[in-house]
Design a binder for this molecule. Structure first.
Ligand code: G3P
Ligand code: MG
Length: 234
């Protein structure tokens, strides 16, 4: 079973920052998840929320500030004084940090309304990354369609946040040929995992933050899970 450090070791350091990813690596994580969005000038930046106010001193949307402004923000103080001055990283900075054999799960955050070229720009960047273990996921399945149309080999993870009446038919109808399905953990059952495995899809669920929850999803037969606590792999 693979543990994906969710936004890095985000229970121990501010989510989606270099200290959080470094901590996850120190703790032995073999998979790392991050969220990516575009700045106003099209730079892929690593941040979860569409709005800046949860983790920085700024307000407004990530997409309305240019990278030169985003890069000056403090995304660490909200978590604790020890992290004061920690910045929001660009995707490029994180790619430079993560060893090539650690699976990097890039979750594309994209609102359809804005028609942003996030997926295309991320894929352009990944073209220089041949041989790296990468899995691209998104709740926006149109982004995943873009990935598949451009790259028949890229590992795709289909994220879902609710129970689905007939997920196997849905997934087949998308033509995405995913590597994995990423359901929210509370919608997981052993039947779900068995059905997915019968189709050749792995199952990784989110977000599993206690030993009890890890045991439950383990009993369902998942291939991996996302956690803010990399130590849970024990
Ligand atoms: O990719 C798993 C998980 O990160 C999905 O939810 O909201 O934490 O990005 P969220
Ligand atoms: Mg995420």
């Amino acid at each position: 079973m693979t543990l994906y450090a969710h936004r890095g070791a985000s229970a121990h350091a501010p989510e989606n920052t270099i200290p959080s990813f470094k901590k996850a690596l120190e703790m032995g994580a073999r998979g790392i998840e991050l969220d990516v969005q575009l700045s106003a000038d099209g730079i892929p930046v690593v941040i979860h929320d569409f709005f800046l106010n949860k983790t920085t001193e700024a307000s407004g949307m990530v997409r309305s500030l240019e990278w030169k402004e985003i890069s000056k923000l403090d995304a660490g103080s909200w978590f604790g004084n020890d992290f004061r001055g920690t910045g929001i990283p660009a995707l490029e900075d994180v790619l430079a940090l993560i060893p090539r054999d650690v699976c990097l799960n890039i979750e594309v955050k994209s609102i359809s309304l804005f028609q942003e070229p996030t997926t295309r720009i991320v894929l352009d960047m990944l073209e220089q990354e041949g041989g790296r273990d990468i899995l691209i996921s998104s709740f926006n399945h149109n982004c995943l369609k873009e990935v598949r149309e451009r790259d028949p080999e890229m590992k795709i993870g289909i994220l879902t946040g609710s129970d689905m009446i007939d997920f196997t038919s849905y997934v087949k109808s998308t033509g995405l040929n995913p590597y994995s399905l990423h359901p929210e953990a509370s919608y997981l059952t052993k039947e779900y995992v068995d059905k997915a495995h019968a189709e050749g899809w792995k199952v990784m669920c989110y977000t599993v933050n206690s030993p009890d929850a890890a045991e439950l999803v383990g009993r369902c037969g998942v291939d991996g899970f996302f956690s803010d606590y990399p130590e849970l792999i024990q």
